[in-house]
Design a protein around this ligand. Structure first.
Ligand code: F6R
Length: 218
């Protein structure tokens, strides 16, 4: 699996923990990668995605430690680390199920709107929009890391199955554009999902905005 962080998957992770505690789920054979990690935050930094995954999911379930990989934002050679991470995903046989949130600007993982997008795992600059959106988790906007290691859009598109989730009214414009505009553009990275054969989009009422229900179910 490839796992996301952020607000959106928190409810899902609670459900997975519950299922594990009730004996309905077993993760002992699961191997996980994560979408991304900030550059410059240590694993024990409260806003690092390492810390998030440990707190919200891993410490409550039984994915073996050696089966979990998250990009290392403290790696000495970040470019080499990103290349190795991509290779590890490939060597693992690729991703079976990939979870995604979406940014208010349409980013997926940290593939920000741009003229061109990276196929593979890479080091990237966060956009001003994303820095602003993520500053809610930090004491001050100046503390938000400016860079991240992120899987690429090709890494995402090679997953066998994608589950994209969006919650809250701030995501309504993005969801509406994704579902209603039959256009694929690097300037709106989530639109690439339109070209994937096996995508499930899960939204709450607020993120659905004004789209009529009957238009969605197809
Ligand atoms: C997180 C990630 C991001 C988030 C997106 C939405 O690992 O890659 O793309 O999924 O920024 O964040 P939330 O869920 O906090 O609104």
């Amino acid at each position: 699996m490839c796992l996301a962080t952020g607000n959106t998957p928190l409810g899902l992770y609670e459900e997975l923990v519950k299922a594990y505690q009730e004996g309905k789920a077993d993760f002992s054979q699961v191997r996980t990668f994560n979408l991304d990690e900030y550059v410059g935050l240590t694993e024990d930094h409260e806003q690092s995605y390492h810390y998030y995954m440990e707190e919200k999911l891993f410490k409550h379930i039984n994915v073996p430690k050696e089966n979990r990989q998250i990009p290392d934002g403290m790696a000495e050679d970040l470019e080499q680390h990103a290349a190795d991470y991509e290779q590890d995903i490939y060597a693992a046989g690729g991703i079976d199920i990939l979870l995604l949130g979406v940014g208010v600007n349409g980013h997926i993982a940290f593939n920000e709107p741009a003229k061109e997008l990276s196929d593979i795992t890479h080091v990237t600059d966060l956009s001003a929009d994303t820095i602003k959106a993520n500053s809610r988790f930090f004491a001050d906007i100046t503390e938000v890391p400016r860079r991240a290691v992120s899987i690429g859009v090709g890494t995402i598109m090679r997953a066998k199955r994608i589950v994209m989730m969006a919650t809250g009214a701030s995501k309504a414009p993005v969801v509406e554009k994704l579902l209603n505009e039959p256009v694929i553009s690097c300037e709106f990275p989530v639109s690439l999902l339109r070209a994937h054969r096996n995508v499930t989009v899960i939204v709450d009422k607020e993120a659905l905005g004004k789209i009529p229900q009957e238009n969605i179910e197809q």
